[in-house]
Design a protein around this ligand. Structure first.
Ligand SMILES: [Zn+2]
Length: 417
């Protein structure tokens, strides 16, 4: 290991470790802390006074008293899309219903048409723009769903865009197949034949090229049913794709029990999930994903994250970034809204956007906490502590972002070597 591949970060005023163990509120804070890394992995975390003598020889960076958190993880986005739908934003405020907007040519199918019309280079440029801004917010991993291609070729094209951009950016890009978003062009291809195409052709092709980690479905009236989920998620699991669900967003579809039955890694939205559903998720270890922007923009009741946590379930927080119901990628803002709307404490929201979000991506052995053996992914924030960060919310408090022990944003202080 060359000297430049190892380093230490000292003078950390407040460090949130966010290890998996303990309650969701237990972020294992340290004061006057230091972090050491060798290659891209953390090999020391603790009080600065405990830093071993050998490590003090390494390239030294100062956090100048700032707060350090694990790199944030956005575990639910629809990053790859063409075009926007600001007209629908205004129409909803004016009182138009979802059906009226769809009848006027809006909704997911409008984004489908705009995404299909975008070139591969357009889509890569779009993703690149937002991933750069994610780094500025302290985000180091982003899950990316398809769902705007909605045909065999177009869904594969979006997954290949995610693969390409993932090789270009320092963030970890985790891809999810969401072919079961809505049925495209219902008059041309009925639901039955679309589902058959997903199960018999698309999923095997995705698995053969190893293009996705997860397989997702939108379970809602007008989209897909619980039985469709059993079939499509089952077909994915037979090809090694772990299951995720968009469920209980606009009504209770028995989402908690279904997610447990299907051994899903996460169930997302959950605004209308019953107490039985919460208990089923707690018992089976399915991560619940809270998406406050969707509730805010659609003026819908938020997920009862407090009740999930009290039932013993783990709750992640994500943006749901998409051009319809959640056109923002500001993950710290989503965390603040999870506090105010869904009654999570700031510490719970932080664990929800780090280690629990990493668990929802099956990546928690790699990152999500500041812990020996994990990737040296972390962010330096100009705040005193996590409560104050969420309470006195400012546009962006992230001063520096690190991935694998390398600065990828900020770093105003030159290292002394
Ligand atoms: Zn979504």
């Amino acid at each position: 290991v060359r000297l430049s591949d190892s380093g230490i970060l000292v003078d950390i005023g407040y460090l949130a470790q966010c290890r998996n163990e303990g309650a969701q509120s237990d972020i294992q804070p340290l004061q006057s802390a230091a972090i050491g890394w060798s290659d891209d992995r953390i090999d020391f975390v603790g009080p600065e006074t405990d830093l071993p003598f050998e490590l003090r020889e390494r390239t030294t960076h100062s956090a100048e008293g700032r707060t350090v958190i694990p790199g944030l993880v956005d575990c639910h986005t629809h990053l790859g899309f063409g075009g926007w739908r600001a007209d629908e934003f205004r129409m909803r405020i004016e009182g138009k219903s979802y059906l009226e907007i769809a009848a006027a040519g809006g909704g997911i199918r409008k984004t489908m048409a705009q995404t299909r019309a975008a070139s591969e280079e357009d889509l890569i440029r779009h993703c690149r723009t937002y991933l750069k801004q994610y780094l500025e917010l302290g985000v180091t991993a982003v899950e990316c769903k398809t769902g705007y291609g909605l045909s065999f070729e177009e869904e594969l094209r979006l997954l290949r865009v995610y693969r390409k951009i993932g090789l270009e950016v320092p963030l970890d890009i985790v891809s999810t197949l969401l072919a079961a978003h809505v049925v495209p062009e219902p008059e041309e291809c009925n639901k039955k034949c679309y589902i058959q195409m997903i199960c018999d052709e698309l999923i095997p092709a995705v698995a053969a090229e190893d293009l996705a980690t997860f397989n997702d479905i939108f379970v809602e009236e007008g989209a897909f049913s619980a039985d469709d989920a059993r079939r499509i998620l089952g077909a994915g699991q037979a090809h090694g794709l772990k299951a995720k669900l968009h469920i209980d967003q606009l009504g209770d579809s028995g989402g908690g029990a279904l997610a447990a039955e299907l051994r899903a890694i996460s169930a997302d939205h959950l605004e209308y999930t019953s107490e039985e559903g919460m208990n089923a998720m707690a018992q089976s270890g399915v991560v619940g994903v809270c998406l406050p922007f969707a509730s805010l923009y659609l003026n819908q009741p938020p997920m009862k994250a407090r009740s999930f946590i009290e039932a013993g379930a783990s709750v992640a927080v994500a943006t749901d970034f998409n051009p319809g119901s959640a056109p923002s990628f500001d993950l710290p803002l989503a965390m603040m809204l999870a506090c105010t709307m869904s009654r999570m404490t700031p510490a719970e929201a932080l664990k929800g956007a780090t280690i629990i979000a990493a668990r929802a991506l099956n990546r928690d052995s790699q990152y999500g906490s500041i812990e020996v053996g994990k990737l040296a992914n972390f962010a330096e924030l100009s705040v005193d502590d996590v409560d104050h960060w969420m309470y006195h919310f400012r546009p962006n408090v992230c001063e520096a972002t690190w991935i694998g022990g390398r600065p990828v944003h900020g770093l105003s202080t030159p290292p002394n070597s």
